[in-house]
Design a protein. Structure first.
Length: 227
């Protein structure tokens, strides 16, 4: 590698990705900072700083025994970092992001549902069942993990890391501001009644009906947030 004082670690990772795709070789391992410093002429301190950025973006993983490894691209880590900062500055940013999430789910709903497998549909039914077990138990438990999982499963077959990244970031923020601890039983039962309608329609192949139930579900959430 040519010595270059403008060495950019992210560009280096992108080059490794291209090489890996072209050669079908295992290019996940990244040289140590000492080796990279020797190759590029960039100080270890500078490389460590750039590596920190790559880790925050979820582009690399660093472990004591395996060293530095390039990870598959995900959009979520970058969005989560930025969104967490925004919410810390002003809670209203979550509402703005939630509105974005609503539009994204609505726009990609039919495409996502159309890609679901029979196994996915069975998983959705199991998630709804698990949620009702929690709601009807003694003591009652908030089925937050089921709520998150249900929405993630519906969109899991989309080959679009930006859509899934936005949805993953939304649920991380949802937890951060404490909505996962919401304990109004009447509201939770309404939410899962809608989820039941959505999943039943999906499993019956009624995509348009599932879409309308999703919109009604979103209206319920928006009404709650405005009160």
């Amino acid at each position: 590698m040519t010595r270059n004082n403008s060495f950019n670690f992210l560009e280096y990772l992108a080059e490794k990705t291209i090489v890996s795709a072209d050669s079908q070789e295992d290019q996940e391992r990244i040289p140590s900072l000492t080796d990279l410093s020797s190759e590029t002429g960039i100080s270890i301190a500078s490389l460590r700083e750039q590596l920190g950025v790559a880790r925050a973006l979820g582009l690399v993983e660093v472990r004591p025994r395996t060293g530095i490894r390039r990870m598959p691209y995900r959009f979520a880590p970058a969005v989560i970092e930025s969104l967490n900062y925004a919410i810390s500055c002003d809670r209203k940013y979550f509402d703005d992001f939630a509105d974005l999430r609503r539009h994204v789910e609505a726009e990609y709903w039919k495409q996502a549902v159309g890609k679901l497998t029979e196994e996915d549909k069975e998983d959705l039914e199991k998630i709804v069942q698990q949620a009702w077990v929690k709601l009807q138990g003694d003591p009652i438990r908030v089925p937050h993990s089921e709520h998150r999982e249900l929405h993630i499963v519906i969109f899991k077959r989309l080959d679009n890391p930006f859509v899934t990244g936005i949805l993953e970031a939304y649920w991380e923020a949802y937890e951060k501001i404490g909505l996962s601890r919401y304990s109004d039983l009447s509201y939770l039962k309404d939410v899962w009644t809608y989820h039941n309608k959505i999943v039943s329609a999906i499993c019956s192949g009624k995509v348009d009906e599932s879409f309308q139930s999703m919109l009604d579900h979103m209206d319920l959430i928006e009404h709650r947030n405005n009160n």
